[in-house]
Design a protein around this ligand. Sequence first.
Ligand SMILES: [Fe+2]
Ligand SMILES: [Fe+2]
Length: 298
Amino acid sequence: MLLTREEMTFDFQGGKLDPVRDKAFIEWSMNQFLYGEMTGIQVGHWLYDAPDLNAAKFLARQSLEEMQHVDNFLRIMTMMDLRPGKAHWAVRFLSTGMMGGSWAEHVALEMAQGEGFVLMAFYGVIDTLDHKPSTDILRRAVKQEERHVEFGEIETRKAIEGKAWLRRRLLGLSLVSMWGVRRLAAYMGKRMPKDHPVLKFLPEFLALSNRCAETRLLRIGVLDRPLAELGTLKRAALVAEAYGGKALGGLLSLVTLPLRLLPFWPRKKRLTDVYLDDPHVSRFELPSGEPAEAARAD
Ligand SMILES: [Fe+2]
Ligand SMILES: [Fe+2]
């Protein structure tokens, strides 16, 4: 990976998430992660679009790993007596509604940036969650997530070689996702309890996530200078240029959006729509010999 664990680590100053006191927040977070792992089914789409055999082999393995991560979160949730529930609409929109439109967009935005962002959240949970059986599972899973991010970085670098227009396009799209993270940080800054040992840091944690995203763009070569040197006008132009190609599709989807939200609108239901009703999720049981434990275990 182009960033180290140290660079992607936020100092929570020893603050801990307590499985009993912070149950509601932990349950909410785990449900976002569970949905994120379920979107691993989308890897199948990109496997069919893989540019070479090595990429195809990587994606075939990745899809299996993401499905195993689904079980990891089901296991963690069962151990901590947390209920599977719906992910926030913004998380569903960002990970499914905004699926990349090309191989370059997929590897740059979903793998290098998107999975990089999730990886930082995993590091944050590992460093703060006071439940060793869960953090042990996550510690093993992050090794695989690190490889997914690294693949995204390498493939992005290959994709933009000699293509200045594509570099600008990916930069414009990345600027929008970083803007989204800044909005989220501002939202959390107003709502998170100022006296909670972990939650009070969330806005600063998100700010670090954006700085890491910028560093990653610089090291891949999507950015050729720090963002601060780009200026507001130049940034706006990059976003406009990136979305220019998407304008027609965007306009069309805006027109059909109210229709598509109607329950009778014909749309193929995918696992990301119905996974909560799947018996594997709704009646998940720990492998035999693994006791459920709602309390802290250290
Ligand atoms: Fe995963
Ligand atoms: Fe992943």
